[in-house]
Each structure stands twice: as C-alpha cells, then as structure tokens.
Design a protein around this ligand. Structure first.
Ligand code: SF4
Length: 459
C-alpha cells in the first residue's frame, strides 16, 4: 500500500498542500516520499528516503517546488526492492515529453510486461512495477498522451490506483476491480485527487466522490473530466483496507472507517466472548474495534492500561525484522498498576506475523496479568497479498499459514490463554450493515483470509 495525491489550483502554488496531503497519508507508507510540480515548461521534483518530515526537512525544499499543479507519493515498498531508484513519483518520457507517475497497488503481471518492454529495447533504471507502467507509456505511439495511457491500461493486471502528472493536467486512474481506494475532492481554488479522504481534510478540500473501478479522469484548472467511466460490473475492494490500512477518520463508500471498525468489535464480542476483568484495545489500529467490543460485551474499559508512545510507526511496515521486534517494545507501554492481578482481553485488528502479539503477551504477563486473552476483529491472515502489500514476500512468516490455520497452535505460539478471530462472514456483515452506499459481499477482495484471488497471479 502507498499513498497518492494530485492537486490543480487556479491561484496558488501547491507544494505545501501536497506536503499536508502526504502528512495525512503517512500511515500508508513511510519508506520514501516524493513531490513533483510543474510550472512554465519545467517540472520541479524532490524525492527521498524516509518519512516526509525527513524528506522535506526544511522550508526551502518546498519553496523550490514551484507551480499550481503537482502530484505526490508516500512509498511502502511492494514490488521492487527498497532502493532510491524506486522512489515515486517515477519519471517517464513519452514522445520526448516528460511525465511523472505515482502508483498505489501492485501488478500481478509485472515480469511479463517487463520482458515485453525489454524486447522493445527499453532500458530500465528501476525494478518496480510502477517503472514498468511508465516504460509501457513511453513505448506507445498513440496520437495523444491520454490515448497512450488508455492503451497501457489494457495491459495491466492487478491493483493500480494511479496519478500521472503531464504538464497542465493530472490523469487519475483506478483499476477495473477498484482494489485500492482513490477519491476526488475540491476546494474553492482547486481540484484534488487522493488515496483517502483524510488527505483531503488536511488539504482543506471536501469529497466529491470516489473514483469508480476502471475509470480514468483528467483533472485540470477547468475541472474534472470523465475521460471514461465504464459502468461498475465487478468490484473487489480490499477488505483489509477497512480492517487496518485506512485511517479511522477516512470515509469510503459513505462509511466512516471508525464506525465500521466499531461494528466489527460488536460482532467480535458476540462471536468471541471472553471472561475478563479488563478489555484493552491495542492502540491505535485496535482502538475502534476495541470500543465496539467493550460496548457490546460490557467488559470494563481498559484503555488506560496501555499507552502508545508514537515514537515508532506501525511495526508491520518496518522493513527489518530486528527493528520490527524492538519496535513493539518502543511503541507500547503497559501500565503495571492497571494490569497486575487481572484477567486481560486485548482487542486488535489482525495478526500477520504474530511478532507484535507475542511481545505484547510478554509485556502484559511481565506487568502481572493473571491471564491474557486475545480477540481479533478479522479472520486469520493466512494467504499472501499480491495487490499492494508485501505479504507475498513473507508468506513463510505468516503465522496462520505456518500453523496450517490451526487457531489453537497459533494461541500456543503466542503464549495466550485464549485466542479467537472474527469470522469472514461476520467481518463482511459488520461492513455491509454500517450505513453507506449499498454494497454486497462480492464487492470485496478477501483473498488473504479466503485464499480465493480475484485475478490469476501471473508473476
Ligand atoms: S489479499 Fe487481502 S490485503 Fe490484499 S487486496 Fe485482497 S483483501 Fe486486501
């Protein structure tokens, strides 16, 4: 997963807006970030490794990014290693003219397309799937840039929410299954596209609507033009976005994410009750599910028993195992006097590798907990994702798969007194029953829980 943004203003320079938008999307990736703007005949770019406060560490950098139009990207390493050449937006050249591309998602036919480009003598400078998309655009002989993008879209398989900066316009695209989020918004002076509505909020813009699956938009100072907007026949929105990725204040399909997660917690309390003195939601991603669990179960609210330091961001997206392990201890503080002698039930969004949960169990036991139970508001994360998060590269580390889906075996490894996961059926119901745009169970990708992939994995 990554975060993408684009903005076109009629009056103002946009680099600071893009910075604020990236700030709002930092949770979608912190390995690298980049902003590219366009003014006159020139592009202005700054890209770097690290969180945005590091990449754009002084005001001069933003001041140097001139122009009323630009795009930006927060990178979370998926296809292609974590190296400087893969930082986005990625530069391409079509018929001698420059363009820049930001991508959220992951293609599943990258290698086939890369070979195609290499046969056409394209020389790659990067190893990512986004670089392949840029190469394909560069190689087309279409009569216009829009036609070039349209032609390339037919070749892409997998998840791709794209923003492309080409001189005075931004092209926004969502793949035909709509796997990753992308929405458009507006401000008095500007039109905006972003991965999540939380970025619109930080840019002072309001939501117009979500981009539809398979849709291509052209955004200029004059407005947002639907280049094509096919009727939605099939949608496979990533269900894990609702469980973990989306910021709780974001709105997708008319639903505030925190309200959906709260409902997941209510379902969890019904399906997986626990006899405990204190229910502790794991901050931050378990917070709203935890509140729903507490509300429905009547268990005493244990939020004060745990503190998140915010020194360390999401451990799951740390690229190095040692940092991931130490991150859990830096990130969480357990307050001993709240815990000692009590039966604790923790509520969390998911267990992927199990690293964090195992460390947490240890922290609670060290603080004197009599029993530690865990309730999780998603099913066992058993199958790798090929559509925008890197679990296909760590498939041997997924605890649910290592234990063959046996919950009792997972419980033992994590040192818990009991463990229970929300069923896929209840997870879907919790989303569908939250008021918003009508949806059905078929509108979601659930592959990492069910093993049923919406498109064949070709790579
Ligand atoms: S496999 Fe899981 S994480 Fe990946 S897109 Fe599907 S639901 Fe989302």
């Amino acid at each position: 997963m990554c975060g993408v943004i684009g903005i076109v203003s009629k009056k103002k320079e946009v680099s600071k807006d893009l910075y604020c938008g990236l700030y709002g999307l930092q949770h979608r990736g912190k390995e690298a970030a980049g902003i590219v703007t366009f003014a006159g005949d020139n592009y202005y770019s700054h890209l770097g490794i690290g969180e945005i406060a590091v990449v754009f560490r002084n005001g001069d950098i933003l001041a140097g990014l001139k122009g009323n139009i630009g795009i930006a990207h927060n990178r979370y390493s998926t296809a292609g290693e974590s190296n400087p050449a893969n930082i986005q937006p990625i530069r391409g050249v079509w018929k001698g003219k420059e363009f820049w591309l930001g991508h959220n998602g992951n293609l599943v036919n990258t290698e086939i397309l890369r070979e195609y480009c290499q046969k056409k003598r394209f020389k790659f400078k990067n190893t990512s799937d986004t670089g392949v998309i840029a190469a394909l655009i560069s190689l087309t002989k279409a009569p216009s840039f829009e036609k070039a993008v349209e032609e390339v879209l037919q070749k892409l398989k997998g998840a791709h929410s794209l923003v492309i900066l080409y001189e005075d316009r931004i092209i926004a695209v969502k793949d035909s299954l709509g796997i990753r989020p992308l929405c458009v918004g507006k401000r008095e002076d500007a039109f905006v596209v972003a991965s999540e509505t939380c970025a619109l909020y930080h840019m002072g813009a309001s939501l117009i609507r979500e981009v539809d699956p398979g849709e291509m938009l052209i955004i200029t100072q004059s407005g947002i033009k639907e280049y094509f907007r096919p009727p939605v026949k099939k949608r496979k929105f990533c269900i894990f976005e609702f469980v973990y990725f989306l910021r709780p204040d974001s709105i997708v399909f008319g639903r505030r994410v925190k309200d959906v997660q709260k409902n997941m917690g209510r379902y969890l309390a019904r399906e997986c009750p626990a006899s405990a003195d204190l229910a502790v939601p794991i901050p931050d991603s378990g917070k709203y599910g935890g509140l729903g669990f507490i509300e429905k179960s009547g268990t005493k609210d244990g939020q004060e028993a745990m503190l998140r330091t915010h020194l360390v961001s999401r451990t799951f997206i740390e690229p190095i195992q040692e940092l991931r392990e130490r991150g859990a201890e830096l990130k969480f503080v357990v307050i001993e006097e709240e815990i000692a002698g009590k039966k604790i039930v923790t509520i969390d969004d998911s267990i992927v590798r199990g690293t964090t949960q195992k460390r947490l169990t240890g922290l609670f036991k060290k603080a004197g907990a009599k029993e530690v139970h865990s309730r999780v508001f998603s099913p066992p994360y058993r199958y790798p994702c090929y559509f925008g998060i890197d679990t296909y590269r760590i498939k041997d580390e997924l605890i649910a798969e290592r234990k063959g889906g046996d919950v009792e075996e997972i419980r033992k490894e994590l040192g818990l007194d009991s463990l229970c996961y929300l069923s896929l059926d209840s997870l879907l119901k919790a989303i569908l029953e939250t008021p918003g745009t009508p949806l059905t169970k078929d509108d979601f990708c659930t592959s990492c829980f069910s093993g049923e992939y919406p498109v064949p994995i070709e790579d």
